[in-house]
Design a protein around this ligand. Structure first.
Ligand code: ADP
Ligand code: MG
Length: 319
């Protein structure tokens, strides 16, 4: 069964044209359960890229609910018991994510950790849960069970059957943090790609925009069906092809509809969000994928972001 899980490491391909000069330096690491790359122009050297990855690795482990030293792990361990005091950065991210749950009418929901675990998407034996199990955990994942106290900087999950999962915003947030870090180090041209969470800094060396390829959900790795041109911008793609398992001939992917706890079954095959905020792009790409084309368009207009949808029938919609 494990072999059936596909992780599209290179969900998006950034087209780095050979004519660019001076030579870019690229580093790769497997982090946040995905293939990550950072390409820096002009001032990049391997030690500098390593330092950037170290910065990202630390941030990622703080947001990892499986890392026993993380604040997220502690919040989950204390669910139904007591509030947990967290650092300002983590409080801000959780608070922002909670607001996004509300602003997407619950399509984005960070309390579904236990539901993902029940499906076992990252386990050796993923399987379809029973209706009863799903109903129980879906009710517990109601976002009103996430209690934030700004004054005390505490986070409390009021129902022990719910658990925090920042998986749909963490990579985008980390790509933004990496971009901010690189800029603070004087980098003016770079491309970050954390498993389909792309952030482009500046322009290409010839001052033209970066071209980001959007993966074709039907091809395994690297094939793309179109490109978007951006500078100083995030391009984040979510799709049901990125992680899934097959049981009895049916494919079950990892993006869940919070209303049912089951894989979202909309008319969209993939959603790419294009905006200056990596965390927002990540959260919205997930929410829009769940929403389906009509509601997703409404959400994109509400948040003032550009987007590219690929429908199940192969139509490309640009917002
Ligand atoms: P990926 O992590 O493959 O880039 P997403 O950004 O869409 O894809 O995030 C999917 C991950 O977020 C899932 O693996 C799960 O941990 C969590 N998740 C699944 N469905 C939702 C949802 N509706 N809202 C928020 N988080 C979700
Ligand atoms: Mg996402």
């Amino acid at each position: 069964m494990k072999d059936c899980i596909k992780i599209s490491c290179l969900a998006l391909m950034v087209l780095l044209l050979a004519s660019c000069s001076p030579d870019p330096v690229t580093g790769y690491e497997f982090m946040m359960d995905t293939q990550c790359s950072i390409t820096v122009y002009e001032r990049g050297d391997e030690a500098f890229i390593d330092g950037t990855f170290q910065f990202v690795r630390q941030l990622a482990s703080r947001l990892d609910r499986y890392d026993e030293s993380s604040e997220i792990f502690r919040i989950n361990a204390m669910a139904g018991r007591e509030p947990v005091k967290v650092t300002g950065q983590v409080f801000e991210l959780i608070s922002r994510a909670r607001d996004l749950c509300e602003d997407t009418d619950g399509l984005f929901n960070i309390l579904m950790g236990n539901i993902s675990d029940l499906w076992g998407f990252t386990s050796a034996e993923p399987h379809v849960p029973s209706d009863e199990e799903l109903a129980e955990l879906t009710a517990a994942a109601d976002i009103s069970n996430l209690v934030l106290n700004e004054e005390d900087q505490t986070v409390y999950i009021a129902d022990e059957k719910a658990s925090l999962d920042l998986g749909a915003i963490a990579k985008g947030y980390a790509s933004q943090a990496a971009a901010d870090y690189l800029r603070s180090q004087g980098v003016e041209k770079a491309v970050i790609n954390f498993g389909g969470n792309v952030y482009c800094i500046g322009t290409r060396p010839d001052s033209s925009p970066w071209r980001v390829g959007i993966q074709n959900p039907d091809t395994e790795y690297g094939g793309y069906f179109t490109t978007v041109e951006v500078s100083d911008c995030a391009v984040v793609t979510s799709g049901g092809y990125q992680r899934y398992f097959i049981q009895d001939g049916v494919r079950y992917h990892h993006i869940l509809d919070p209303a049912t706890g089951r894989p979202a079954d909309s008319d969209l095959a993939s959603v790419s969000i294009i905006c200056e905020d990596g965390a927002l792009a990540d959260a919205l790409s997930t929410a829009c994928f769940v929403a389906g084309a009509d509601k997703a368009e409404e959400l994109c207009r509400k948040f003032g972001v550009s987007a590219l949808f690929l429908t199940q029938s192969g139509e490309v919609i640009r917002i």
